[in-house]
Design a protein around this ligand. Sequence first.
Ligand code: NDP
Length: 257
Amino acid sequence: MSTRRVVITGASSGIGQATATLFAEQGWKVVGVARRADRLEQLAAKTGIDTFVADVTQQDDVEALRDYLAESGPVHALVNNAGGAFGAASVEESDPADWLRMFEVNVLGVQRVTSALLPLLRKVAADGHADIMTVTSTAGFVPYEGGGGYNAAKFAAHGVVGVLRLELAGEPIRVLEIAPGMVKTDEFAFNRLGGDTSKVEALYAGVEAPLVAEDIAEAIVHAIELPGHVNMDMITIRPVAQAAQHKLIRGELTPKA
Ligand code: NDP
């Protein structure tokens, strides 16, 4: 039904990949962006999406993406999803290089891509509306031990989205944010925990039905497919087993007798 086009950063795995797949199934034109060309090619072969290899922390790459998009058609929606966590050390013991990486991708990546694509989104908004959805995290609201650099980066990303919503007020551009809690994706925790699979297993151990990438994809697509005057604004999404960042239930969820 729709011939709208969406750009999704971080489309080579996890939430971005699931979101690209679902948008394609819904009839959207999709441009999936990430650094790993081979992963994007595999996704393109499976889903028919268009892809563009870019590092969102590199201004030249982002400008090349913008130029490619400008030449290849309208852009109705942007999903700023590329991001990640590196390390789970205390503030005292953290390596500032990890924090810098997290800030570069989770915060400056969002700024770079949003800034570059806004003129394209505005063109489309002149005849309807456009969307900017950013994937932050519940780590953007609640600090936790070992969260230091990731908390700081996602708090900042949340702040950037809030500022953007105010700055774009008066334009038919929805500024949306989705803040997931625990999502079991293949690479996120693996990257965060330095590739230690036993730590990754321990993280999700006993959690009944943690969210999966497809759950977040469904929420993102739903929010963007709502009528243009409806802004879901800020979506918090967690597994039922996670009442709060620090309140994760391991074991079966059962009604009280
Ligand atoms: P993944 O690690 O599976 O995916 C991250 C994606 O971002 C990959 O496609 C990666 O591709 C891409 N990416 C990373 N760095 C860059 C870069 N510099 N330029 C372009 N693309 C980049 O993680 P998830 O799918 O789990 O997470 C997606 C988003 O959701 C992130 O922003 C994350 O912080 C957030 N989130 C995740 C949660 C979870 O529990 N999993 C919870 C809450 C939020 P490539 O390496 O090919 O560039």
